[in-house]
Design a protein around this ligand. Structure first.
Ligand code: SAH
Length: 333
């Protein structure tokens, strides 16, 4: 499935064929070239041979979310999740096979890094769900790079994929509805300030001081909070856009009132909001209690820090944050 090969295949054809073919892929959301009725039959057959459109995936569904395990050409799989909020749909994409960040609370972080996804492997995850939503006459409204992998260690391909998502002739998803989440790759936060379109930056903070953060997120040793916050300040100065700090609340670890106070002090005066994420547990850690969460929110709000709470999605199908993994594709499973 290499749409960039389209140009080559259509080289001998009149110029308008390329836009007809792209329209069929991204607007009509065809799954087989036979459905591309604007193209001559011979060409459809050739395209089916050279650029098959099938996206091989298995899905698991729960009321509010669908997880897709998408097969890549080399046999690895990555996972993407569709989150449904009423009529609106968000897709959470993976940017790498595996992840090298080794955050101790994250499932994906326990896997080795295998390889980067290319731009089309990233957008294929969105295309898969666009096709799924075609019947109920819905579409993908938001895309978040919060699946498996560290998007800022695959910067060029991530930016290329955002351009495809953003393109009028393709997905036509506004940059403002696309968010990239990083564990804190400082140089790339600065680069992200200059991409020239208004995609959102999210930074996974998860702790208000280096002593704790470096224990749970190894990247903190390389880029401690002072350096991270300098990069974030640079970003907000350059773009005048709000940064979202993600904070996964884990029982007894980072959910105490003193953590909330320290967090408020760290973020004081910054153009930002805090997104509190309920921890999706494994055996070692437990999610923060309802009362600890309420107290945490209260402390932040009292100190004028904007807080939003993420809904719990994808439980029961291991499709929640930090639960996405890769496997080698086994067609029998
Ligand atoms: N590597 C990027 C993007 C993937 S992680 C990053 O670190 O931002 C996306 C979000 O899921 C991060 O904010 C991370 O802190 C959070 N997360 C990881 N494991 C989780 C878990 N078990 N429960 C809830 N959120 C988790």
């Amino acid at each position: 499935m290499k749409y960039s090969k389209l140009k080559d295949v259509l080289q001998e054809e009149p110029g308008y064929r390329l836009s007809q073919a792209e329209h069929a892929i991204y607007k009509e959301l065809i799954e087989d070239w036979a459905q591309a009725t604007s193209l001559p039959i011979k060409l459809r057959e050739e395209l089916n041979k050279k650029i098959p459109l099938k996206i091989e995936a298995r899905t698991q569904e729960k009321k509010d979310s669908v997880k897709a395990v998408v097969r890549l050409s080399d046999g690895y799989t990555v996972e993407a999740v569709l989150l449904k909020h009423g009529q609106r749909n968000t897709v959470c994409v993976s940017s790498q096979v595996g992840c090298g960040m080794a955050c101790i609370f994250c499932h994906s972080g326990k896997l080795d890094f295998k390889r980067n996804l290319d731009a089309e492997e990233i957008t294929a995850q969105v295309l898969y769900f666009s096709r799924l939503l075609k019947r109920p006459r819905q579409s993908v409204d938001n895309v978040v790079f919060m699946g498996m992998g560290e998007p800022f260690l695959n910067f060029e391909n991530v930016i290329s994929s955002i351009k495809i998502l953003n393109s009028r002739d393709k997905f036509d998803i506004s940059a403002r509805k696309i968010s990239v989440s990083t564990s804190g790759v400082v140089g790339r936060i600065k680069d992200f300030s200059h991409i020239g379109f208004q995609a959102n930056l999210a930074v996974s903070l998860n702790a208000p001081n280096d002593a704790l953060r470096s224990k749970i997120m190894p990247i903190d040793k390389k880029y401690p909070l002072k350096i991270l916050m300098e990069a974030v300040n640079y970003y907000t100065r350059q773009t005048n856009r709000k940064v979202m700090f993600e904070y996964v609340l884990i029982d007894g670890l980072n959910d105490r009132p003193e953590h909330a106070k320290e967090l408020a002090a760290l973020l004081k005066g910054k153009l930002c909001m805090v997104n509190l994420i309920p921890y999706n547990g494994d055996d070692i850690f437990k999610p923060a209690s309802v009362s600890a969460t309420a107290k945490f929110i209260q402390i932040l709000r009292q100190r004028n820090i904007e807080v939003i709470q993420r809904q719990r999605f994808g439980k029961g199908i291991d499709a929640a944050c930090g639960q996405l993994v890769y496997r080698t594709y086994d067609p029998k499973v």
